[in-house]
Design a protein around this ligand. Structure first.
Ligand SMILES: [Zn+2]
Length: 130
């Protein structure tokens, strides 16, 4: 009986809410890549965010508890211009984001906007923060 990947979550708070929910139902959860996602947020998209691992035998129950018949709503990015869900994160600003975040570490408001990421809508071409 090993650990299996239940899901990956980009949002730190959501990952912890889901872990708490599972633990309340007696399902043990191990978070992976949490520190990388928090300390190196620009790498989040590369590693897929924080991983929630559960025991193989708990997998189906865990999915039921979280209602994971379909993809987690927090992963669905909606274009504010045309309401399309067909968008992709913009990667070419990775280095600028890294520089911005490094400097944000030294400012007291480093919590602000760290979850905002730039996306490009593949239907209308609109770029937006989400
Ligand atoms: Zn759009």
């Amino acid at each position: 009986m090993g650990l299996v990947l239940l899901l990956r979550e980009y949002d730190y708070n959501n990952a912890h809410i889901m872990r708490s929910k599972l633990q309340q139902h007696g399902v043990p959860v191990v978070l992976i890549d949490e520190e990388t996602s928090v300390t190196l947020p620009h790498l989040k998209t590369l590693i897929g965010g924080i991983g929630l691992m559960v025991l193989e035998d708990d997998y189906e129950m865990a999915r039921d508890i979280l209602g994971l018949k379909y993809e987690s709503p927090s992963k669905i990015v909606v274009c504010p211009h045309c309401n399309s869900t067909n968008s992709k994160p913009i990667q070419d600003e990775l280095i600028m984001n890294l520089i911005a975040r490094v400097f944000k570490i030294f400012t007291p408001d480093n919590q602000i906007q760290t979850n905002d990421k730039k996306y490009q809508c593949l239907d209308c071409g609109n770029t937006f923060l989400y």
